[in-house]
Design a binder for this molecule. Structure first.
Ligand code: BG6
Ligand code: MG
Length: 232
């Protein structure tokens, strides 16, 4: 059986932390008189901490000094980490552990490809760190998703070609990054948001072992034409 690289995003794919990022950003934005919706929040998913604050400021037509910008980013992170500190293994999203174990049993290469600078402590917290051969996170990249850098570094460390890698992502920026990297993109979430992905599933409970085996064997490839019925 062939060896493929399976690259997992963290927030919103492995653990349910996307909601904590939203809560923390929303609370912070309110303190500077900016409000934003859950629809706008989709644009913050997968996006670095710096870029997220830049977007929020643009929505509220605000500008800040460099010092104030740094202070607010730190405040958001402290608030976010207060949620993370209380996290338990039960916050691993459904069937993620089962999927990781299935791929490991099939001798597949597993990497993390996340924009977060908090990735390693979060994986430690939910006892999943040892499932990953390679970790690429916000501390390793200079260009944020949708730039493909994070996934290309992951493929390189796994010693696999990008076209032999499969990315699981819950964000539009992450799906675009995977597509630009020439990897198979699997959206985890809603069809109407993630329609640029090659395949879309609501969560890992919807993904069959046959589908995963198809990815490993190469039967499931990149869909050439988008907007076809979802092929799962
Ligand atoms: C991504 C999240 O995984 O990481 C974004 O989807 C977040 O919402 C980004 O802004 C950076 O995370 P952190 O933990 O470094 O602030
Ligand atoms: Mg994510």
């Amino acid at each position: 059986m062939s060896k493929k690289g399976f690259i997992f995003d963290l927030d919103g794919v492995i653990v349910d932390t996307a909601k904590y990022h939203f809560l923390a950003w929303q609370r912070l934005a309110k303190t500077i008189g900016v409000d934003f919706s859950e629809v706008q929040n989709e644009q913050l998913k997968g996006v670095s901490r710096v870029r997220s604050l830049e977007k929020i400021l643009a929505w509220g037509d605000k500008t800040l000094s460099k010092t104030e910008f740094e202070r607010l980013m730190n405040l958001k992170n402290e608030d976010y980490l207060s949620h993370v500190n209380d996290m338990e293994d039960s916050e691993i999203l459904p069937d993620v552990t089962k999927t990781l174990d299935f791929l490991i049993e099939k001798n597949q290469a597993i990497a993390l490809g996340s924009a977060s600078k908090n990735a390693t402590p979060i994986l430690e917290k939910v006892h999943l760190l040892d499932k990953f051969e390679v970790i690429v996170d916000g501390n390793d990249v200079s260009k944020a998703k949708p730039d493909p850098e994070v996934f290309l570094i992951g493929a390189n460390l796994l010693k696999l070609k990008p076209e032999d890698c499969i990315v699981f992502e819950d964000s539009v920026a992450g799906v675009q990054a995977a597509n630009t990297a020439n990897m198979i993109s699997i959206g985890i979430g809603e069809d109407d948001v993630l329609h640029e992905a090659d395949y879309i599933f609501k969560d890992f409970t919807e993904m069959s072992q046959e589908f995963l085996e198809g990815l490993i064997s190469g039967d499931k490839t990149k869909q050439i034409t988008k907007n076809l019925p979802i092929n799962n």
